[in-house]
Each structure stands twice: as C-alpha cells, then as structure tokens.
Ligand binder design. Structure first.
Ligand code: NAI
Ligand code: MG
Length: 478
C-alpha cells in the first residue's frame, strides 16, 4: 500500500500521535493507501509553519515575477507527473482516468500558470485627485490561507485555491477532502521540488468537524479561508470564521438549471446536456441537474437524450474508455441511490438508469417530478437528471430561479436577444449559452443565494487573497 503523509514546514511527516486512515478505492471497494490522520495539534503545527514562513520567510517579499517562476516550474512538474496525479485522484474517488488525466491535471497546471502570469500583468488602480493628491492601490499578501477542498475535483480544486494564494504572496495550509487525500501530498512534494520555500505550502490530512478542518477555520493565525463543498458545511465554516472575523470565500452546492428552447440546435443541446450531468458521474457543483425543455420538442429531446445516456460506458475508472465510474464512496453511493427512492416515493418515474453494480449509479433520467419535489430542489451530486417541460420564456425563468441555489445555468437557443434577456434574469453566478463548463479564468466564478459567498478568478482572486491598501500622498504642495 502506498502511504501519504502531511507536508509541514518542508517535510513529509506522520501525525503527532501516529494515527492513520485508509483511503478506499471505490471501484475495488477496498483500501489502496494509508494516509496520516491529523487532529487539532497537527493542524496547529501546519498553521504555525505557514505563519512562520509568511512572517519570516522570503516568499511574501519576493517579486511577483520571482514567485511566478517557481509556480511555472510547479506547473511543469505537474505535467511531468500527470500519470501519477491522475491515477491518485482516480483511485481515491473513482473518476474516469480520461477525465483526471485529460482534464483535471491539465487545468491544475494551467491554474498555476494563469495566476503566476495574471499577478504580474494586472494593473493596479491609480487616482490622480483634483485636490493635488494621488491615491493608488497596493495589493499586499493577506497572510496565511486555509484552503479546504472537496473530493470531486481533488487536484483541480486544490490548485484553484493554492495557485492564486501563492501567486499573491500568501502561505497556505491545504486540507484535502478525506475521500481524496493523495494528490494533495503529491502536489506538496512537487512544490518543494519546484523550489517553493519550506512552510509556504503545507498539507494536513484529516476530517472536518472536531478535526483538522474545524481547527483551521477557528485558528486566530489564519487570515483567509477558502472552501468548496456543501452549503451546510459552508454555514458551519462561516460561523467558525466569525469568531476571528476571518474573511471567507465559499463555493457551495448547486442545482443547475439547463433550459432548452424549441429553436435550439437539438444535437448540440443534447450533447452538452449529457456532459453537463454525467461528467464525473454528476459529482459536480455545476452539474446541469434540472433540465427544462420547451414542450414542443420535449418528446424528441427526451428520446435523443435517453439514447445518448444509455450509451455511456460504465466500468473501471482506471480503464481508458470508461465514461462513468463508481460514486466516490459507499456513503455517497447510499446518498445518491437514496434520492432515486425519494424521487419515486414522491411520484416521479425513472425513465432510464437506476442503481448499477458495486457503488455505481447508471446515467439516470427522472421524469414526472414536481417542481417542488426534493429530487428537483436538492443537490443529489450524482448522475441523475430531472427533465421537466415548460411552455414559454417567463415560465422557464421562473422555474430555473425557483431553488435555494444559484450557482449556474445553461441555455440553448439560436435567438441572441433571448439569450441575453434570459441570462440577465437568472439569479446565478454563471450562465452558459450553447455550451457548458467553458471557463475564462479572468471571469468571476462563484454562486448567488445558497451557492456561495464571494467570487474567485482573475482580479476577484486578487481581491480575496490580498489586503488591498490605499496609499494617498500629496503631489502638489498647496
Ligand atoms: P463537505 O462539505 O462535508 O466536505 C468538503 C470539505 O470540507 C472536506 O475537506 C471536509 O473535510 C471539510 N469539512 C467538513 N466539515 C467541516 C467543518 N465543519 N469545518 C471545516 N471543514 C469541514 O462535503 P462532503 O461531506 O464530502 O459531501 C457531502 C455533500 O456535499 C455531497 O453529497 C454533495 O452534495 C456536496 N458537495 C458539494 C461540492 C461542491 O463542489 N459544491 C463538493 C463536495 C460535496
Ligand atoms: Mg462531510
């Protein structure tokens, strides 16, 4: 069995009390690695290391360009070790290797490159004042960042937090999800190899409540908390952060509406809608889990969509052709399969799909659900889509907005004016028209309503990971 330790102050170390936990491969349904199980003292040790590296080390004082060079070296090493990183995530949480190797690892390297470059070329504001003064903004590193990551894109979500935090001169304590710890340790090993000074990126493994996660969020030595995960966890973290008034950035759950109008290119709409709900077995906060299809094309869309869903290849995620692996854990499999029972008990029907072998759920289509049924309202986080008909544009907008979530929406139409109109009417952080998951890393990313607090990406990440300072000086002596 492989083993993965914490990485603290430049060393890979076991827990202070020697505790470990097994990480389970959800396809084999068996442990594949042994991971250091941290508790509060390990979290404190990691925070102390990050604090010391920030206060006394070179990182916060280096130029943006010098830091950028280290981060580019790290991106190179991520790509050079793509197979190991991809296999770690695939074995930890069951995502097909084609997605971890072909997408997640590439995007992780790209996150480091992007924030390294973005930090060096982004202008800061300067205001020549009529009073003869001059004000400008200085973006100073915030300090120690606690990054708490989910299991659905382990390396990619970690890098989305770590890269901007490091680029802007902070030091980091990363706590990966307990279901997917391996790639975080590998990343920290590579960071040391890339020349990141000791203590600048620390990784500490453990659980959330009454464990490492909670200790990080309650620490008075932490200056920023960035979290991605469930909305209820986001609330717990917000409450903990309030003790020290620590700023939080929360990317939380979603129940993405996907609206297909009757003038859409049907083939395009079906193919994106399939990706939107079945990639990573629907374990995606952005998943298009509510499909609203205009009544005139409902039957044809349903038929085409179902045919495509039934063709997806379910199997061993370590094999190249697999499109649907197991769900990330037994606990999560029980949650998702439980939702299928809830949907049926509430009067809906499974048009296709259902529980597969092991911890797999087949690509599932639910029809006949009520707008207010739990299956339509709650985040299932599995390969389960609710397809409902709608009559006109106002009805589609009303239905799409009618959930507690507001992360994202998709719409398919050839009518440009309608695309703009509907995009503006949706209370969400991101709207995709005639596409899905296409990202410009300069654009804001985050959620409205219960889907989050704050935005990251480009200058939004700079705002969060720095302490913007106004510097005002007299230039013309009155
Ligand atoms: P979670 O929100 O409990 O866990 C995410 C991370 O937060 C993990 O690293 C965990 O250890 C940590 N954590 C948990 N409680 C904490 C606390 N009180 N203080 C500090 N850190 C804490 O998500 P979980 O339990 O893995 O999944 C539950 C559900 O959440 C899923 O079924 C899914 O619906 C949703 N989810 C949504 C994600 C998203 O991207 N929106 C990602 C992961 C899960
Ligand atoms: Mg949990």
């Amino acid at each position: 069995m492989e083993s993965f330790g914490h990485v603290i102050a430049g060393e890979e170390v076991p827990s202070i009390d020697g505790a470990t936990f097994p990480s389970v491969d959800p396809w084999e349904q068996a442990p594949w690695s042994t991971v250091a199980l941290g508790s509060v003292p390990d979290a404190e040790r990691a925070v102390d290391a990050a604090r010391k590296a920030f206060d006394d080390g070179p990182w916060a004082r280096m130029s943006l360009a010098e830091r950028g060079q280290v981060l580019h070296r790290l991106a190179d090493l991520i790509l050079a070790n793509a197979d190991e990183l991809a296999l770690a995530d695939t074995t930890d949480m069951g995502k097909p290797i084609s997605e971890t190797r072909g997408h997640d690892v590439q995007r992780s390297a790209q996150n480091f490159r992007f924030f390294a470059d973005h930090s060096t070329v982004t202008p800061a504001e300067s205001y020549p004042m009529p009073s003869g003064h001059h004000a400008y903004t200085q973006y100073e590193p915030a300090g120690v960042v606690a990054a708490i990551a989910p299991w659905n894109f382990p390396l990619m979500m970690a890098s989305w937090k770590v890269a901007p935090a490091l680029a802007w001169g902070n030091t980091v304590v990363l706590k990966p999800a307990e279901q997917s710890p391996a790639s975080a340790t590998i990343l920290a090993r590579l960071a040391l190899e890339a020349g990141l000074p000791p203590g600048v990126l620390n990784v500490v493994h453990g659980f959330g409540p009454r464990s490492v996660g909670q200790a990080l969020t309650e620490s008075p030595l932490v200056d920023r908390i960035t979290f991605t995960g469930e909305s209820t966890t986001g609330r717990a973290i917000s409450r903990a952060a309030a003790l020290n008034l620590t700023p939080v950035s929360l990317e939380l759950g979603g129940k993405g509406a996907n609206i297909v109008f009757d003038d859409a290119d049907l083939e395009q709409a079906v193919s994106w809608s399939i990706k939107a709900i079945y990639s990573n077995s629907g374990q995606v906060c952005l998943a298009g889990s509510r499909l609203y299809v205009q009544r005139g094309i409902f039957d044809e869309f349903l038929e085409r969509f179902t045919r495509a869903a039934d063709q997806l290849v379910i199997g061993d995620p370590k094999r190249d052709g697999t499109q649907i692996g197991p769900l990330s854990s037994e606990e999560h499999f029980r949650k998702v399969s439980g939702y299928l029972d809830i949907a049926v008990a509430d009067g809906a029907r499974l048009h296709t799909g259902g529980v597969g072998g092991g911890w797999t759920v087949r690509p599932t289509v639910v029809i006949g659900a009520e707008q207010h049924a739990r299956i339509t309202q709650e985040e299932v986080f599995g390969p389960v889509v609710v397809i409902l008909p709608f009559d006109d544009e106002p009805a589609a907008i009303a239905a799409a907005n009618d959930t507690p979530y507001g992360l994202n929406a998709m719409l398919f139409t050839r009518d440009l004016s309608r695309a703009h109109r509907v995009s503006r009417a949706l209370r969400v952080g991101t709207v995709w028209t005639n596409c899905f998951f296409v990202r410009d890393l300069r654009a804001p990313f985050g959620g409205a309503k219960n889907s989050g607090v704050g935005r990251e990406g480009g200058t939004y990440s700079r705002e969060f990971f720095t302490e913007p300072k106004a510097i005002v000086m007299e230039i013309a002596n009155a």
